[in-house]
Unconditional design. Sequence first.
Lengths: 340, 340
Amino acid sequence: MVTMQDVARASGVSVMTVSNVINGRNVSPETRGRVLEAIDTLGYRVNLAARNLRKGRTGTIGLAVPEVDSPYFAQLAARIITHAEAAGFRVAIEQTGLSREKELTTLAQSRNYQYDGVILSVVGLGKEDAALLQVDFPAVILGERIFDGPLDHLAMANVEGARAATEHLLGAGRRRIAMIAEVEAEPDSGVASLRFHGYRDALLGAGIAVDPDLVVAPRNVTMPAGRDAVRELLDRGHDIDAVFCLTDTLAIGAMRGLADAGLRVPDDVMVIGFDDIIEARFTIPSLSTVDPGHDFMARTAVEMLIERIERKGTAGPPREVISPARVVARESTRPAADRA
Amino acid sequence: MVTMQDVARASGVSVMTVSNVINGRNVSPETRGRVLEAIDTLGYRVNLAARNLRKGRTGTIGLAVPEVDSPYFAQLAARIITHAEAAGFRVAIEQTGLSREKELTTLAQSRNYQYDGVILSVVGLGKEDAALLQVDFPAVILGERIFDGPLDHLAMANVEGARAATEHLLGAGRRRIAMIAEVEAEPDSGVASLRFHGYRDALLGAGIAVDPDLVVAPRNVTMPAGRDAVRELLDRGHDIDAVFCLTDTLAIGAMRGLADAGLRVPDDVMVIGFDDIIEARFTIPSLSTVDPGHDFMARTAVEMLIERIERKGTAGPPREVISPARVVARESTRPAADRA
DNA sequence: AGATCGCGATGTAACGTTAAAGTCGCTGAC
DNA sequence: GTCAGCGACTTTAACGTTACATCGCGATCT
């Protein structure tokens, strides 16, 4: 391995001068030239482990997600990696597998100095775990369930996004609007409750009462669950003209369920999802959805984290940022007039 | 920061003994107990930067994929992370964005990014770049284009898998079997050519000539491209009874295209893909496909890499491993007899 | 009895970098 | 003529860990 020593010897200066050249500090042009040349011919590369030890940094941030192979998280990870890379950080991914324990240990182990900071995408932790998040370590929480926690928190505009989605359906003249989501007993804690809130607000705003019979719980958040939820909805004998789905995955399943029942999307029943995963652009018909500001979230999460890291600690009060959501209208909610 | 020094002082032993306790070396039970207790009360954590500097290791391996947000690569990454984690390594992901340059720089930069090794999933590099891969650094190449390179190489059984897929269709009594794939001019270099090879072999084996008109090139490897490829196939006026698609993504699009044309899958036209992405289980009908031994690949890639790392260098000749492929029969190729 | 061994424990010297505190010679202000 | 100030460079001392050599001591072998 070529070290600064070797470069220093080869160019007749001290190691410190080599360090200065590399870190762009005051060095005369001639010296800098000689050093750079030596670096080039010897093929010197700085040893990050040594630099990290000395500087107390690793240049790596941890990203904990439930699983990288679900579209939503894969796409989130891709964006975060891109932003972090631009800021000079590498991203190591940990999978927490939807488990509360793994989420906690990931956070706890992170200070193990392997990461400069962590972005933790939370699904298992709840408000009651806020105390456990009390770590003196740069961290940003992505998720919906924890408010007033001790760490920076970045959430989606769930209520507003859901309201806008529902209003979009209302604006297209639909009135019998179903929702596929498991609304939890404990109010306002999970994503589902928040989005249901927006759905309800929109309906009430249009003078329509929420019919509990039009809200159906899928058994999980997969495509088949979405399809089956639609079947149940239809079996109940209701004459629906639109469905708002908790996520795009459910929505894609729901569209299939509607097709199975001989209903056309959007003519008979409009469908809208939430998340704006890439797949939503590729379904036929393409799926209208709510973009939860993916890019804003990825960028902001990385920025917030890096700011904490730069300040060497968790100095400053925890911040709460809400990413703006926006309806993306595609074919699955296109009014008849628009189609030739 | 709590260091070994602190622990040593607190338990009345030398730093070296603390190190020995942590690394599970010969220490008497009593001493070990005292040290562990001190570690516990002080909340000591080993500093990986220091350990890495000393050991010349980082415990992190790099995984370079074109993009994490495409299902195939996301699922590959998830598996590799799982296996690496089990072996005590973290995985940092880099996105090469389908570019040959980024693939090369990732490999070149790896040793100063302080990865212990890299798994490089290659799409842009070709045989002609083999010389550029001449690095003295633990690396494993995943991909189809590079043979006889200087690095360990792990490939899929493309020809065999494609042959088996086609034979599966033949076995179900189909004879007019189309293929959706862009077969390159230069033979046998890319995935498409290799899979076409298998398709041709199977047909010839059954005494059927390859009809070039039944092989259609999609404009890329997305769902819409698959749908349009099917349309073109049908527009050509052929009476096909099965389609073998280069990838599952194309196959999912193809199924949609067939549905648009009023053809039933599998009754009128059977469809089979390649890759066994998770989505294939969730389409309706579920998609038959070829499992390219994802789990074998992930496990083997990690094992091969770790072995190189353990041997401290690239000692030993490059190895070439082919992952076995296996047809996964689902609804999209189910014979009529099986369905009630 | 003396040599040898093994075990537990220790002391020392790095690993390659950078922060901090000099050193040295030169310029320019008073 | 003196000296503060500055730029360019060097010296020194870590950062926290582990490899290696060594040491004391009781047990085992010849």
